[in-house]
Design a protein around this ligand. Sequence first.
Ligand code: ADP
Length: 256
Amino acid sequence: YQETLPVPDAPDEVHNLSLEFNRLLRSLNQQVLRNRQFVSDASHELRTPIAGIRGHVALIRRHGRDHPEIIPDSLVAIDDESLKMQHLIVSLLQLSRMDQAELARTAVDLCPLVQKVVAQLQAQVSQTINVQLPLRAVACANADSVEQILSALVMNAQKYSPERSTITVGLAVVAARVMLTVSDHGIGIPANEKPKVFDRFYRVDSSRSKQVAGTGLGLAIVQRLVELNGGQVTIADNLPRGTRFVVTLPGAQASN
Ligand code: ADP
């Protein structure tokens, strides 16, 4: 059974219908191009660690017998490269699943959530994490995804900041919305790069970022999760030095 379009009986309708048809076609074409680009970027990113693994396997095959001392280093490198592939695949799967995802959102006080996540993260980072919280900050959000957003932003702050600096996580209620901020004193993000860092696979100035392990997918996932929570994420400078990520989520009336 194929649904048919109502047949228009006036020329205007034919005109409007063709406009609508062309609009749909254009958006479909853009989607196809985006998907094609995504697959090509993903293959490119996977090819690099695979090439590394194959290189080390070839090295061991060729020289392992005569120079067995090279084997441990090659095994460490193979392990690192396969770990990179694993991170990449986990992130790719999450992004592709989120294309059609919908999140169950409830009224949730983000203060205890932030305290819990920060306590877990503090054990993993060398920087000191400061927390600035109001008494309550009730958002209409999916708690698991807010935890993931916060932990991705703090882990980025950690990656791109000096070891003994401070990272500040803040919550504020502003005009019935909840603002979650993560600020660091790290290398910062130049103004012209700010809109691009949310793109899949984008990493600022490869020479700087490539010294730090990463997939370039973290912020794409953060942005999608924030959207699924009905919010927005923006980047500001944390003067005199560093970056401040601001996540704005819809507020919810606290139930008493
Ligand atoms: P990555 O895996 O490279 O960290 P992300 O998508 O999380 O990927 O971030 C994209 C890029 O944005 C990073 O490569 C880095 O250049 C930049 N970036 C992200 N967070 C920060 C930050 N807190 N300070 C400076 N640069 C950052």
